[in-house]
Design a binder for this molecule. Sequence first.
Ligand code: FES
Length: 588
Amino acid sequence: MALINIKIEGIPYQVEEGLTILQAAKKCGYEIPSLCTFPGGECNQGSCRVCLVEATGARGLVASCVYPVAEGMEIRISSPAAVEARRESVELLLSNHNKNCQQCDKNGQCELLYVANLTGARDDAFAGVHSETHLDRLAPGLVRDTSKCILCGRCVARCQNAHGIGILGYENRGFNTYIAPAGDRSFAESPCIQCGQCVNVCPTGALMEHSEIDLVDEAMKAGKHVIVQVAPAVRAALGEEFGYPVGTPMTGKMIAALRRLGFERVYDVNFGADLTIMEEGTELLDRLQNGGVLPMITSCSPGWVNYAEYNYGEHLPHLSSCKSPHQMQGAIIKSYWAAQYGIEPEDIFVVSVMPCVAKKYEKEREQEKVNGIPDVDAVITTRELARMIRRSGILFKRLPDEEWDQDICGDYSGAGVIFGVTGGVMEAALRTVHYKLTGKEKEEIIFEEVRGHEGGIREASIDIGGTTVRVAMASGMRSAKVLLDEIKEGKSPYHFIEIMGCPGGCINGGGQPYVRSCFLPDEDDDIMETYKEKRANALYSEDERQVIRQSHNNPQIIELYEKFLGEPNSHKAHELLHTSYGERFPER
Ligand code: FES
């Protein structure tokens, strides 16, 4: 990339040609406020006007997030006109904003408040009429409150870029403009997959996960046996909420915090992941050997399941009938575990801590319940867990490293850990399928061919004891669609496909800590990819540290089958651990 000469505040710099002024300034160490842009240029519509600067060659002030640098350009961030214009832009946004900040779950992480502070926008300079509020709380996963929306468009761009389904768009015009699923529907009544990617990019509290912290509080107050289980991707990101570098595994301190929050048992969902592999691996072998529907597709991502039910109803038989790991583990806790301790399932309250927003919806599906009893009673995201820890007064950094509870659901293999990254479910399944097909463990445990943290499609042909297994992995529905259309056209060459709803898998789930370039000192050219890679590495390194790395070697899983389930895909296993799907046609 060619370098060009510019000046910022009279100081000369060389920067890459083609950058916007905002990018160039950030690389040179300056901070220009911004709201409607997002790291990686995912959204760049120049609408909020909080990034205005002066630049030679331009007429008047320019939006630095869209205006490119040019040879010889002199940029003034500090000119009185630019400073005033940026402040007024923020004041205009605040004039139509619900400022009940103490009630907002984004409090402390709100970019609008950050930018107000940065620009000195303190007065209610443009007090007046507010536009009508549209509040949508019907969906289990998501809440939309337009009184906090600044119309930056980041959610619209993220939904389209990740999934190509464009659920969110602009309704009405001018002062009455607001963002909603097409036709002003609730998320619950639209083909939204409730992945929460829109929440991840919303700079304010306009889009949030539907918090279930109150449900947990009530269960504890009611004296229920409150058991918590934590998904692998949570430990890879929770530290970001407490100032740790991205990708620092937080397993020990997280367990210690959960105990201090009052949970009676603290389990890793990885036990459930091992159970999923036993069931799913057996299902795959059965389909391969007995002429079942192929390719088989994983079903542990509820966002993906939603997408399939909305858009590919005729291909639902391709989905594995296995429930996802936390649902399986919840079902075991309320059956086998409950019986061991003589506790009625109704007195147990299972909480899942998930990197995912769609899990809040998944736990409510009728098909997931056993005799009308839900496997899981509440789902809180990584962000909600961080909020619970903060409000409790726990000093997270001072916590000792503690171990998971070891009884019944305490053991897990490295295969369970890597579920959190795209390709992880595939690799975990292949480790067990290899053993089942050949009768011995694979010498080199890992399957490098299926690894990666990026979105898009990856594929591989794997020789297992003379049998070639063709596999593919996709994350984000834009990529999944390509593989599904191949199936539709009868051209799919694969035996097994892993699909994850969120690009990069659970490590980049809709419930993970926010990635905000405005809170970070340096401009990373592709900050999202950096985060995904570091979080994924935290999981791969935990897999390497495990003594047991294949699900079928987990001693507690072996015991569970011996004493309770019989064998994988048994009648009992189907009753508790498998589910069904149905085509859905929301009115559009
Ligand atoms: Fe530049 Fe919004 S106009 S960040």
